[in-house]
Write a protein that binds this ligand. Structure first.
Ligand SMILES: [Zn+2]
Length: 240
């Protein structure tokens, strides 16, 4: 049975591995994999309230700093465990909670605009789930309306919602496209993400220059002409 494996961080190839997974984990220490399009959440992920989560995480962050030998009585550090816990739950991993998903209000395409709509250079801040270090970049999203449209900022909000999770760039890319396909009722959605992974830029291989590009094309965007048009738009050098 073949495994389809996504490599993140320093490689973005989609590999088909026919062999067993034996001995694989060791090789994957830096080039990790994720086989699912859905964020791997447990069923009990939301049994605890945000406040209960913050309490638990706070004491665990305290433990980490303490094991490292940091003096938590120091003024500069005493508030860190709570600060980090709140940041995890309320901010950078706030997109794990389905209650925070942007409401999917759509509008009729009154103008009968039937061409491609591109929202480019959407700022993206996410977190690599293998190192818990930032992923920083831009997302370019496009769709061709089948009768409904969404507000432009909705695309930014959808990108931001799925980015606020421990993530793998390929999965983030797919989740954004799937959500927009559902909201818009069309397969004709595309997303390209270009992002720097601090786990590559600031540690390990420490390559500050490299960035990772991933793409997901649905429906008409799988056709060469449509895809080229989209890529031409995102390559336009827009100066305001
Ligand atoms: Zn990483």
């Amino acid at each position: 049975m073949p495994y389809y494996v996504y490599l993140c961080c320093s490689k973005i190839r989609l590999m088909k591995i026919e062999s067993t997974m034996e001995g694989f984990n060791e090789e994957m220490e830096n080039d990790h994999f994720s086989a699912a399009e859905d964020t791997p959440l447990r069923k009990d992920a939301f049994d605890l309230s945000d406040e209960e989560k913050i309490d638990k995480i706070q004491s665990n962050v305290k433990e980490i700093l303490s094991v490292l030998g940091m003096d938590l009585q120091d003024d500069s550090l005493s508030g860190t465990p709570k600060r980090v816990a709140k940041m995890f739950v309320k901010e950078i991993f706030g997109g794990l909670n389905p209650d925070k998903k942007p409401k999917s209000s759509t509008f009729d395409n009154k103008y009968k605009y039937g061409e491609m709509l591109v929202e480019k250079n959407i700022t993206l801040y996410s977190t690599c789930e293998h190192h818990l270090l930032p992923i920083v970049g831009v997302a370019h999203v496009a769709y061709i309306s089948k009768g409904t449209v969404v507000g432009l900022s909705k695309m930014n909000r959808i990108v931001d919602y799925f980015a606020k999770r421990p993530q793998v760039q390929e999965r983030l890319n797919i989740q954004i496209v799937r959500e927009l396909q559902e909201v818009l009722g069309t397969k004709d959605v595309a997303c390209v993400i270009d992002a720097k992974h601090l786990c590559v830029n600031s540690r390990g291989i420490r390559d500050i220059q490299s960035s990772t590009v991933t793409a997901e094309y649905g429906g008409k965007f799988k056709e060469d002409a449509t895809r080229s048009e989209f890529l031409d738009y995102i390559n336009l050098d827009t100066n305001f």
